[in-house]
Design a protein around this ligand. Structure first.
Ligand SMILES: Nc1nc2c(c(=O)[nH]1)N[C@H]1C(S)=C(S)[C@@H](COP(=O)(O)OP(=O)(O)OC[C@H]3O[C@@H](n4cnc5c(=O)[nH]c(N)nc54)[C@H](O)[C@@H]3O)O[C@H]1N2
Ligand SMILES: Nc1nc2c(c(=O)[nH]1)N[C@H]1C(S)=C(S)[C@@H](COP(=O)(O)OP(=O)(O)OC[C@H]3O[C@@H](n4cnc5c(=O)[nH]c(N)nc54)[C@H](O)[C@@H]3O)O[C@H]1N2
Ligand code: SF4
Ligand code: SF4
Ligand code: SF4
Ligand SMILES: [Mo]
Length: 902
């Protein structure tokens, strides 16, 4: 800590910091304009100049590092005059005239230039304004750039380069001036811009703004800190609220996003809340007309309880089931599974992890003892030596983690990408293994063999902390690089090189996602990755681990809260008598012992009459489950279907009763993100006619004869904590308090004074010794044949989310793209006579759809890919409901199709 003197005060400054940071840390005002901490420091505006003893000229505080013994003055007349002159030059160049007028600027009142002029007493420009006549670029649906207002500070460039790490917004010298090239003009679609808005958030003036700003002025709004409702990155932001409506978002410095947001969080996270399509009254199907008709809450809830009681009376509690909403809060999900278990009397309760990361929960529980991400987002992206990403399209599915992965690579981390497609990040990879879909286990076994043969197995770690290595090593012996190259369609040398790169690195996290799990061999795929990490001794320490990136905002929480057929909250087994007794005691009711049916098994059970009543809380299986015809016929076989959702989804259209629930922006609660971090959501608005989901479940429980008092979300979390060791120390009070300070708490957090656990399995695995799996490679359930010669994979694009119930309510996201397509390899397209943009028919054994061809080399010959978001040509008419043996995830990532020109 160098000691320096600022304005006569002794200040202990941190080594490596700049004068501006040292002054600010000491509470001394130094104005800045072009400087933005961690984002940009070009040192061009000179409003931060200070005097330093021994330096003849004033120095910019933002660019000057502290040195022991420095004597600094921030408030001399010379400093003041220089700052005022600098600011005068800036505003003279700000393009103010009769058409660019502060009053009409969207940033009026929230402009750093205005604030600084006031602080320094600069009232009007005194230099002649240079002529500026560049057109306003406003073709991007969310962002616009007015070059006339641009002061050349380059904070936007810093934001695009250092936060978004996208490098699409650049600065160039035009004569004496810095000109900004913003990608928001007529060709915006052709640019790589992700519309994340980080640049607009960084711009101190109205030059780059979010168009949303037209709806409010900063003095008219309030802010509500919350968690993004889309992916499990768990980004923190404020909802900006004006007159009972959300008008915008503002990024916060959350632990996982660190000031960033992606386009969905920034611009697609609130239109749906106040969309005119929201359900605002219960609907009950009129048995005579067959129509859904508005009903009172009393009538609808009575009808729900009556029918569930009737069905349970006729065929028993296990003839009903409930699906929980992983988009909703922990507190809601806890109450839903309590309703299923305590009021319905069944363990038939599940959540969308079943069609997603269930293999992670099962696979990692088998090998490590806990089915969750081992490390934290910051830990695996700050200083890794090598990142290995398997089946994770992180830039589109978890964009804010993607930005941090890009940052790691730019800082020098090596990158291995294992993905059948040329996803964008693959172009930055040192090694891209473009493997054939469905061959992860062969790849991983070959990778492990290569590690062992290169002498890179960590013998001490294996000896001390694991079991089953000998059998595993014997099993992988047949996975020679040549054999694996043939199975996976990759280069044998690349496989060995990847294993050596990973094995030699000290800090090397494995990041994986659905490209691994959504297979009939998903659980084996997950275990085979955990084999690699154990073999290399890369678990239980910083910068390593096996890191499944969970999908839905609160799917980690949905599993934690026990919305799964074999587990109570906290993965406590329903089959364990002691555990059951604890819950029976707490809930005052006897509980079923046998694990329930998994959601994907329920569809078959509906068809054969074993499941007759279903309560769906916030899921749209008609759009999202595999093999739509199968799902439709199952749901139509039901005696009674209830859907609690925000919208009349395709699934809700089939229901007997539809209940209007509340979104994340209308309720208290918590989400648990992918790194096990429990963070708060808070109500910002009220939508008339809706009810909190916990209220709905409580009403139904009482009507079914289980006495459940109405509890607040905070009280529900207290109940969770009292019954769930890993959440034992988590409460709303603590999350809202100064100690946690908005950083959330990562489970395991067993006691109210426990700090939470950023890195798991330090010193020992949850299950004691880690165990190697000896799963062999098995082919996918459905392989290409003469009739269906192409492999179809399915997945996601950046700007829409799952069934689009929420994202499709934001016009700007639809403008980026709102219809389905199929990625075809050039060679296949040529053979089929299909050109880019042509309409094509895609058929599988289960159905057919019409969509648009996108022809490129992104997929390999013989392989195709489709998003599943869109109603037109939804991929799930085609997908295969073949299930993984262990956890029954459907094989969304591989089925056989035929493509033809329409
Ligand atoms: N924009 C956006 N973000 C989302 C979502 C969304 O709908 N939209 N959904 C959220 C949810 S619920 C989830 S679960 C996550 C999912 O996030 P991801 O799993 O990252 O997304 P996907 O597009 O399903 O698939 C990931 C990758 O798997 C690759 N892949 C396909 N088959 C194989 C294979 O056999 N082996 C390997 N190694 N790779 C394969 C695909 O080419 C693709 O690049 O995203 C979450 N985030
Ligand atoms: N072909 C193919 N299909 C897939 C996948 C794939 O990769 N390929 N991925 C699968 C995966 S990983 C997943 S996770 C599933 C997702 O499948 P779903 O869970 O069915 O998809 P979502 O669109 O997220 O649906 C969430 C629903 O919850 C409602 N909702 C949101 N918040 C709340 C709330 O607070 N309260 C209430 N009551 N309702 C709420 C929304 O309106 C929406 O209708 O899709 C799966 N389907
Ligand atoms: S919106 Fe994001 S990607 Fe596009 S220019 Fe701005 S910072 Fe860069
Ligand atoms: S657009 Fe804004 S942030 Fe970018 S250089 Fe101009 S004034 Fe600075
Ligand atoms: S990365 Fe995920 S959590 Fe973060 S803003 Fe985007 S959608 Fe929301
Ligand atoms: Mo998911």
């Amino acid at each position: 800590m160098p000691n320096i003197i600022i304005d006569g005060r002794e200040v202990a400054a941190e080594q490596g910091t700049t004068l501006v940071e040292a002054a600010r840390a000491a509470g001394i005002f130094v104005p800045t304009l072009c400087y933005l901490k961690d984002v940009s420091a070009v040192g061009s505006c000179r409003v931060c100049v200070v005097e330093v003893d021994g330096e003849p000229d004033l120095v910019p505080a933002c660019k000057t590092p502290v040195r022991e013994g420095m004597v600094v003055r921030t408030d001399t007349p010379r400093v003041d005059a220089a700052r005022r002159l600098a600011l005068d030059l800036v505003i003279s160049n700000h393009g103010l005239n009769s058409t660019n007028f502060c009053f009409s600027c969207l940033k009026n009142g929230d402009c750093e230039l205005q604030d600084l002029c006031r602080a320094l007493g600069v009232e009007a420009p005194s230099f002649p304004a240079p002529e500026k006549n560049a057109p306003v670029l406003d073709d991007n649906p969310f962002l616009r750039f007015n070059a006339r207002l641009c002061i050349g500070c380059q904070r936007c460039v810093g934001a695009c380069n250092n936060q978004a790490r996208n490098h699409t917004l650049t600065a160039a010298k035009r004569g004496l001036r810095t000109a900004i090239d913003a990608p928001f003009g007529p060709d915006w679609r052709a640019t790589d811009c992700e519309s994340c808005g980080c640049c607009a958030a960084a711009c101190p003036t109205g030059a780059i703004v979010e168009k949303r700003r037209a709806d409010y002025r900063s003095w008219e709004v309030g802010y509500v800190r919350t968690t993004c409702p889309h992916c499990a990155t768990g980004c923190q932001y404020d909802l900006v609220v004006k007159d009972g409506r959300i008008v915008d978002t503002r990024a916060a410095d959350g632990p996982s996003n660190r000031g960033r947001l992606c386009v969905k969080g920034r611009s697609g996270s609130f239109d749906f809340v106040q969309s005119s399509d929201r359900l605002t009254t219960p609907l009950v199907r009129n048995r005579a007309t067959g129509e859904l008709e508005p009903a009172s809450w009393e009538a609808a809830l009575d009808y729900v309880a009556e029918n569930f009681k009737r069905i349970i009376g006729e065929t028993g509690p296990d003839s009903v089931a409930a699906f929980a909403c992983s988009r909703s809060a922990n507190e809601d999900i806890y109450m839903l599974q309590k309703m299923a278990r305590a009021a319905f009397g069944t363990n038939n309760v599940d959540n969308c992890a079943r069609v997603c990361h269930a293999p992670t929960v099962a696979g990692l529980a088998i090998t490590l003892g806990s089915g969750a991400m081992t490390n934290t987002i910051a830990d695996i992206t700050d200083t890794p030596d090598v990142i290995m990403m398997v089946g994770s399209n992180i830039e589109e599915a978890h964009p804010v983690i993607g930005m941090q992965v890009r940052a790691a690579v730019e800082r020098g981390s090596k990158l291995i990408v294992v993905d059948p497609r040329d996803i964008r990040i693959a172009s930055r990879a040192d090694i891209h293994l473009k493997l054939r879909p469905g061959t992860n286990v062969a790849f991983a076994n070959g990778f492990a063999r290569a590690l062992i043969h290169a002498g890179l197995a960590d013998k001490a770690f294996i000896e001390e902390r694991t079991e089953g290595f000998a059998a595993f090593a014997a099993m992988v012996e047949s996975y020679t690089s040549e054999r694996v190259a043939e199975i996976c369609h990759i280069d044998a040398d690349d496989l060995v090189a990847a294993a050596e790169l990973y094995g030699r690195a000290d800090r090397a996290p494995i990041i994986y996602c659905l490209g691994v799990t959504e297979h009939s061999t998903g659980t084996e795929g997950v275990m085979s990755l955990s084999n690699i990490a154990m073999c290399a001794g890369k678990l239980g320490r910083p910068g390593c681990g096996v890191n499944p990136i969970r999908g839905q905002n609160n799917v980690q929480g949905a599993c934690d809260m026990g919305a799964t057929p074999a587990d109570f909250p906290g993965y406590q087994k329903v089959a364990n008598a002691e555990v059951r007794a604890k819950f029976e005691n707490a809930w005052g009711v006897s509980l079923p012992e046998a694990p329930g049916l998994m959601a994907t098994e329920c569809f078959g059970a509906m068809k054969d009459g074993r499941i007759r009543g279903l309560f769906i809380f916030g899921e749209d299986p008609v759009r999202t489950d595999a093999d739509t015809n199968h799902v439709l016929s199952a749901l139509r076989s039901l005696d009674f279907l209830v859907v609690d959702d925000l919208f009349l989804t395709e699934t809700a259209e089939l229901a007997d009763v539809v209940l209007p629930g509340r979104s994340y922006a209308e309720k208290e609660g918590t989400f648990t993100n992918t790194e096990r971090r429990v963070q708060r959501i808070r109500p910002a608005v009220e939508i008339e006619g809706t009810r909190p989901d916990t209220w709905i479940f409580t009403e139904i429980m009482n009507r079914m004869g289980y006495a459940q008092p109405h509890l607040s979300a905070a009280e529900i979390m207290d109940e969770v904590a009292s019954l769930t060791p890993s959440y034992g120390g988590i409460s709303h009070e603590r999350l809202d308090g100064a100690e946690v300070a908005g950083r959330g708490l990562q489970w395991p957090c067993p006691t109210p004074d426990a700090p939470g656990t950023p890195i798991m399995h330090v010193g020992g695995f949850t299950r004691g010794r880690g165990t190697f799996s000896d799963a062999e490679y098995r082919a996918s359930d459905e392989l290409p044949c003469e009739e269906f010669p192409l492999v179809l994979m399915t997945g996601r694009v950046l700007h829409h989310y799952n069934a689009c119930a929420m994202t499709s309510r934001t016009e700007g996201l639809n403008a980026i793209g709102d219809s389905s397509f199929i990625e075809l390899n050039d060679a296949d397209a040529a053979a089929l006579g299909v050109a880019d943009g042509d309409a094509v028919r895609v058929a599988s054994r289960r159905g057919e759809i019409v969509t648009t061809a996108r022809v490129s080399a992104k997929t390999s010959p013989g392989e195709t890919w489709m998003p599943f978001h869109f109603q037109d040509g939804n991929a799930n008419w085609l997908t295969n409901a073949a299930l993984d043996d262990v956890c029954k995830v459907p094989e969304y990532k591989v089925c056989a199709v035929a493509v033809s020109r329409v």
